[in-house]
Design a protein around this ligand. Structure first.
Ligand code: DMJ
Length: 934
């Protein structure tokens, strides 16, 4: 029997909602009530159509969950391309993203309350039994405290919340006596050692068996954590305390939140992305609403809703005011510096911020929610999914998409607030895209690259915890859900916690503690729930009128003014004493000039040279400025060279039965042969060449004739292999890596180089697959014998008709030879990390450093790509397509820079230190973004 069940009124029995909880309950009610407001605008969706879409969501969930249970359980996650479970330690490490995996059947726990929302009560009962029977929380594995809290603790508590609700109803779960809660409590105690810091901020990781800092624990030396990591605990921890009566959890989570609040930057009221858990110093001082911070804000507002504690609302409103003042540039949300909040810290946005419109709805600020959501939807319409990061002029910045649910979440909340059927249509598009582009025979696969449509062998647990809940609820009427969803609050992982907890065990609540904050201007504070009847006018076309001007924001976008201002500043200034194109690393005079400009030279082990500028080391501010111009020229030069040499990734799509185009593999292109971006894709059955390495004349030409030949990497040059299969009559070739276990999930893709000779004779298309992707084709041959693939620059729409399409033929012929090599850029000066993330997925140099490898001041950050005049030329074309919004933004940015006291060296020239700091922060930001798989 739990402490909770020991007669103290919480636990298995569901208390009646007390008047105190009305604050929370009303918040939910207000939003719902708006659905009846809508009467015109976008065409209403019939009940039948909504039901049809709801049923489609159910079927999709069955496909995802069923495949997880069949092929992966009890592993943490499903690998949908290879139809197996992802077991930590058995797969190549993906870095921090693996810290969510604790060998505790993550996906099952994360799916528990989704089963009830989707009316799968029987399956829920079965899943709970499995969790109780199979899950071990005492594994010797280091996990992320944040992820374990939101996914596992939250999952167990959500499961418990709905288990007691069902038990109370009297039909299901009659045997249940708080076992999930007991597991949650056990897990809660396992996480507590992480809070053993002077600040009260938790360590980012903990060993489930050994805790922290003991040698066996292998963790506890970290000094930093992200703000969201430390600030996203209160809902789960407070629920755990209130369910069980053990107050320690809520106390710890409150202490961490109090500390973060104390550390906010006092003049801007913003928080940075990462903080030192011992000193409380901000480590990364950029601030946005996406990666690294997102759910900190979410939990302040929701803690107020769930716990009814005014101080949380006061904090949220203070931050919200700052966000709207500095970060919000409708429809954009752009990161700024906490100390210089008028200065943007980046020129790109990340996909995690897509939750923010949903939070704005909860706050009651509907207009900017509609605007940002519409902008995001335009990006989705362009790329089918929201890329992990995209620039202010809506180019793909980081092409991955791990089936994140944030946009569906905001769509759901906007529909609740507006009742506008437009949002049902948006949901329908999301469903269609998931089925069309992400569905594979064994589940749903994350997108590796939204541009090519290629897949990653990954289906994160949040896809089941969140995506299906929000999509189902979007189309559901009240009677389609077996309980009243308005009695619950969604955690950041969409787990459901009952609002009645606000009246339970309130010993820690600090009600009406406004005196502490009297220095704040609270004139715009909302002390009660948003009343959408006032905030959302009784105008059915209201939402539509806000969306309308944004309809073309993505298609007709031009580069942002801020970028142009920087570009201008470089162009208008004098030329540096040494031009980048003339620079030679061996010329002593050149080295002298570099020194004067504060530029130093680092010889890298692989023979390349890295340039670093420290403005303070320059002989004078003018020299420092020259140095900056020189660096800028060098970046342009280098990125131009890279661009000339780089080809985007390609796709190999398996089109035959039973794949029918659903599995798309990321492939490296070749610098020779048919260019798939210019020509029609090549389609054909595959056949292995003999010899398999393709290094001599093929002994099985009859087998590869008219087919796409599979060749193993190694022993001779790529071009030689291509000539041999072409001579045998192959219409294309796929080189499969001989390095067993290699995968594009863990290794950077590269392009196959020629052999230094003329390769015009090679006319067939050649693509490269890492071993893991290659083995998917080889396995398919073993199982189905006849396997047909499509080689292209972008996956074709999947449909069963693919079966019937005709197979085009192709030309062949030619020869030549030498040793295999990977193309390498022969730049004399190789500035490290010229690539934007979208480009960094493809290297033409095996030793090219990834963003994470950069560690220096003037290494090139993603944002500099945007300050690259070459690139801006491409997009700046003043052809009348620039929107007013752009002009406004340019004006605004000019005003901001003019009025900024930090701008002191020339009218529009940002201080070099600050530019370098920006670059540095961009690099760090990107590094962190890769790490913080939030
Ligand atoms: C989820 O695990 C949570 O929503 C988290 O707060 C941030 N994002 C992921 C899914 O994208």
């Amino acid at each position: 029997m739990s402490e909770a069940g020991g007669g103290r009124g919480f636990g298995s029995s569901v208390p009646q909602r007390a008047p105190w909880s009305l604050v929370a309950a009303t918040a939910a009610f207000c939003l719902v009530s708006a659905t009846s407001v809508w009467t015109a605008g976008a065409s209403p969706m019939s009940r039948e159509e909504k039901q049809k879409l709801g049923n489609q969501v159910l079927e999709m969930f069955d496909h995802a969950y069923g495949n997880y249970m069949e092929h992966a359980y009890p592993a943490d996650e499903l690998m949908p391309l290879t139809c197996r479970g992802r077991v930590r330690g058995q797969e190549p490490s993906r870095g921090d993203v693996d810290d969510a995996l604790g060998k505790f059947s993550l996906t099952l726990i994360d799916s528990l309350d989704t089963l009830v929302v989707l009316n799968k009560t029987k399956e829920f009962e079965d899943a709970v039994r499995k969790v109780l029977r199979d899950v071990n929380l005492d594994n010797d594995v280091v996990v992320s405290v944040f992820e374990t809290n939101i996914r596992v603790l939250g999952g167990l508590l959500g499961g418990h919340s709905l288990a007691i609700m069902l038990k109370e109803k009297g039909e299901y779960m009659q045997w249940y006596s708080d076992e999930l809660l007991q597991m949650a409590k056990q897990l809660g105690y396992k996480l507590l050692p992480a809070f053993n810091t002077t600040s009260g901020l938790p360590y980012p990781r903990i060993n489930l068996k050994f805790g922290i800092r003991k040698p066996e624990a292998r963790t506890g030396t970290e000094t930093d954590t992200c703000t969201a990591c430390a600030g996203t605990l209160i809902l789960e921890f407070a629920a755990l305390s209130r369910f069980t009566g053990a107050t320690i959890f809520e106390e710890y989570a409150r202490k961490a939140l109090d500390f973060l609040w104390e550390k906010r930057q006092r003049s801007s009221n913003l928080v940075g992305v990462t903080i030192n858990i011992h000193t409380g110093d901000w480590v990364r001082k950029d601030s946005g609403v996406g990666a690294g911070i997102d759910s900190y804000y979410e939990y302040l507002l929701k803690a107020y809703v769930l716990l009814g504690d005014d101080s949380f609302l006061e904090r949220f409103n203070t931050h919200y005011d700052a966000i709207m003042r500095y970060i919000s540039q409708p429809p954009l949300l752009l990161d700024v510096h906490i100390h210089k909040p008028m200065l943007n810290a980046r020129t790109w946005m990340d996909a995690l911020l897509a939750f923010f419109p949903g939070l704005q709805v909860l706050k009651g600020d509907i207009r900017p929610a509609i605007e940002t959501h519409e902008m995001l939807y335009q990006v989705i319409k362009k790329h089918n999914f929201l890329p992990e990061a995209f620039t202010t002029d809506f180019r793909v910045h980081w092409a991955q998409h791990p089936l994140r649910p944030e946009f569906a979440e905001s769509t759901y909340f906007l529909y609740k607030a507006t009742g506008d059927p437009y949002y049902l249509e948006v949901g329908k598009t999301l469903i269609e895209n998931l089925n069309k582009y992400a569905r594979v025979p064994c589940g749903f696969a994350a997108m590796k690259d939204v541009r090519t449509g290629s897949h990653e062998d990954r289906m994160d647990s949040f896809f089941l915890a969140e995506m299906f809940k929000y999509l189902y609820l979007l189309f559901a009427d009240k009677e389609d859900v077996i309980f009243d969803i308005e009695d619950y609050i969604f955690t950041t992982e969409a787990h459901l916690l009952p609002l009645w907890l606000s009246t339970t065990n309130q010993r820690l609540s600090k009600k009406n503690t406004t005196s502490e904050y009297t220095e704040l201007d609270d004139s715009n504070f909302d002390w009660t729930c948003p009343n959408t009847q006032i905030l959302f006018p009784n105008d059915p076309l209201y939402a539509q009128s806000i969306r309308e001007p944004l309809k073309n924001v993505v298609d007709k976008s031009c580069p942002r003014g801020i970028i142009r201002v920087r570009e201008e500043s470089f162009r208008s200034g004098a030329k540096p004493p040494l031009r980048a194109r003339d620079f030679m690393a061996t010329n002593p005079e050149h080295l002298e000039i570099l020194k004067k400009m504060g530029v130093s030279l680092i010889h890298l082990k692989d023979g390349r040279v890295q340039l670093v500028q420290h403005a303070i080391q320059a002989a004078s501010p003018i020299d420092a400025e020259d140095g900056l111009r020189f660096m800028q020229e060098m970046i342009e030069l280098s990125s131009q060279q890279q661009k000339e040499q780089q080809l985007p990734p390609r796709a190999v799509q398996i089109v035959s039965h039973p794949f029918f185009g659903r599995v798309v593999l990321t492939a490296g292109p070749a610098q020779f042969g048919l260019d798939l971006s210019k020509h029609k894709e090549t389609r054909g059955f595959v056949a292995s060449s003999k010899p398999y390495n393709g290094c001599s004349e093929l002994t099985n030409p009859e087998a590869v004739m008219g087919k796409i030949a599979l060749i193993q990497r190694g022993q001779c040059m790529f071009a030689e292999k291509a000539r041999n299969i072409q001579n045998a009559g192959a219409i294309g070739g796929i080189v499969i890596d001989d390095n067993e276990g290699s995968s594009s999930d863990t290794a950077p893709l590269f392009q196959m180089a020629g052999d230094g000779k003329d390769t015009d004779d090679i006319t067939i298309p050649m693509l490269f697959l890492f071993s893991k992707e290659g083995s998917i084709i080889l396995d398919a041959i073993r199982e189905y014998e006849e396997v047909e693939v499509l080689l292209s620059d972008k996956a074709k729409d999947r449909d069963p008709e693919m079966e019937n399409e005709e197979q085009p033929s192709s030309e062949n012929d030619s020869q030549n030879q030498s040793a295999e090599q990977i193309a390498s850029s022969s730049q004399e000066v190789d500035l490290v990390d010229q690539e934007s993330p979208e480009e960094s997925s493809l290297n033409s140099h095996p030793e090219s450093l990834s963003p994470a490898d950069t560690d220096n001041a003037a290494s090139i950050s993603p944002s500099e790509q945007n300050s690259n005049p070459t690139e801006n030329h491409e997009t700046t074309s003043l052809d009348g397509e620039c929107t007013d919004l752009d002009n406004q933004l340019q004006e605004q940015s000019e005003t901001e820079e003019d009025s900024n006291p930090n701008v002191s060296w020339g009218k529009k020239v940002q201080p070099i230190d600050s530019i370098l700091a920006d670059w540095n922060e961009d690099i760090e930001a990107f590094e962190m973004m890769e790490k913080d798989e939030l």
